[in-house]
Design a protein around this ligand. Structure first.
Ligand code: SMG
Ligand code: MG
Length: 387
């Protein structure tokens, strides 16, 4: 997986025969509100690639693009991702020769930004490549863990009472860590009430999705009394220096999410003192291979990491559960059960939580199997592209 040879010399190199772009609409079981908006349904772009090996055997692979329907979490959004994949990313792959997953990012490097779109393309190629080799992502990454601890991300509610009811439900489901979404006006009181409800021992953290400003240090310091694991992305993504200053002002560790868009930005943020803990989301950083590099560099620098979530289907969740099995993932990730968001998943064996953990998938490829009937039921469009 690491140090993979380029297309010319790699005997595993595959040719892309066709790519299907499928859009699915998945209703959420409950609305999910963050400081940047409310999601009631997920509009997701999936990629299905068909790759051919030199002996003509075909392998199928699936990728899930984590871009949301609006450019509110990051600049990317699902229509834009579909456009850039169609008009700028795939043409660059058609122009190249046979490839392996490690060739995708270099082939797309001249396109600036769009990590979620690029990550989805690489993911589909990676899945197909591993399936053609009959290998699991778990083995390819050298993961030995059988299961990973499962945390749940809880949205903003109209009232603290409604939040407490939701948190109690998730605590009953066995999640080993609770993450609360916060924003100015919904922070100290809800956090105090949840801490009181779950007791001092249950790991608790908060995520502001960039809702605060540099001048909020004194206010955010009031969160220190609740014994939180971390405060995730309090300031705007560009404000890395602001996070470094905040980290010096607040005792609770500062964790970055939106600001970390590559291994290079992560290394810089760590060096500046802005990133005491890292949330690794493969889509946000351009794919699973870059996510592994970020894991490696954080581990070398002694920075704990955990796996973030983008309300993925069973496709993305399976791959995330494998990634989170790497040894630097020392904190529970946002890898909740499929049922936390979806009544019906599109994979045959959706992620479930047992005893506060999810199993690391061991199947070939990224570790899921598509439930074709369930997938067809939620599909709203399909476009097939070929070189
Ligand atoms: O996938 O369990 C999940 C959701 C985790 O809170 C989560 N993600 O900023 O970390 C984050 C958010 C971004 C997505 S909000 C729709
Ligand atoms: Mg976040």
């Amino acid at each position: 997986m690491r140090g993979t040879a380029g297309p010319a010399e790699d005997p595993r190199a595959l040719s892309i025969r066709r790519v299907e772009l499928r859009r699915i609409h998945m209703p959420l079981v409950v609305p999910f509100r963050t400081s940047f908006g409310e999601q009631r349904e997920r509009d997701i772009l999936l990629l299905r690639v068909e790759l051919a090996s030199t002996d003509g055997a075909l392998a199928e692979g699936w990728g899930e693009c984590v871009a949301l329907s609006e450019p509110s979490y990051s600049p990317e959004y699902v229509d834009g991702a579909q456009h850039v994949i169609t008009h700028h990313l795939l043409p660059r792959l058609w122009a190249g020769g046979p490839l392996v997953a490690a060739d995708v990012a270099p082939a797309l490097a001249k396109v600036h930004g769009h990590p979620m779109a690029k990550g989805a393309v690489e993911m589909a190629v990676l899945d197909a490549q591993l399936r053609s080799e009959g290998r699991s992502f778990r083995d390819a990454l050298g993961v030995t863990a059988d299961r990973v601890p499962s945390g749940v991300s809880v949205g903003i509610f109209p009232t603290v009472d409604e939040l407490l009811e939701a948190v109690q439900g998730y605590a009953d489901d066995g999640y080993v860590r609770i993450k609360l979404k916060i924003e100015p006006g919904f922070d100290l009181d809800p956090v105090a009430a949840v801490r009181e409800l779950i007791g001092p021992e249950v790991p608790l953290q908060v995520d502001a999705n960039t809702a605060y400003r540099r001048t909020d240090g004194e206010h955010l310091r009031r969160l220190d009394r609740f014994g939180l694991l971390l405060i995730e992305q309090p300031l705007p993504e560009e404000d890395v220096l602001g996070h470094a200053r905040l980290a010096a002002e607040v005792e609770t560790p500062i964790c970055l999410d939106e600001s970390l868009v590559s291994a290079a930005t992560t290394a810089d943020a760590i060096e500046l003192g802005a990133c005491e803990i890292a949330n690794i989301k493969p889509g946000r950083v351009g794919g699973y291979l870059e996510a592994v590099r970020i894991h490696d560099l954080c581990r070398a620098r002694g920075v704990p990491v955990w796996c973030g979530g983008m309300v993925e289907t069973g496709i993305g969740r399976a791959a995330n559960a494998v990634l989170a099995g790497l040894p630097g993932f020392t904190l529970p990730g946002d890898i909740s059960a499929s049922t936390r968001f979806y009544a019906h998943d599109i994979v045959t064996d959706p992620i479930g939580v047992v005893d506060g953990h999810v199993a690391v998938p061991t199947g070939p490829g990224l570790g899921f199997d598509i439930d074709r009937t369930a997938l067809d039921e939620v599909t709203v469009s399909s476009t097939v592209l070929a070189p």
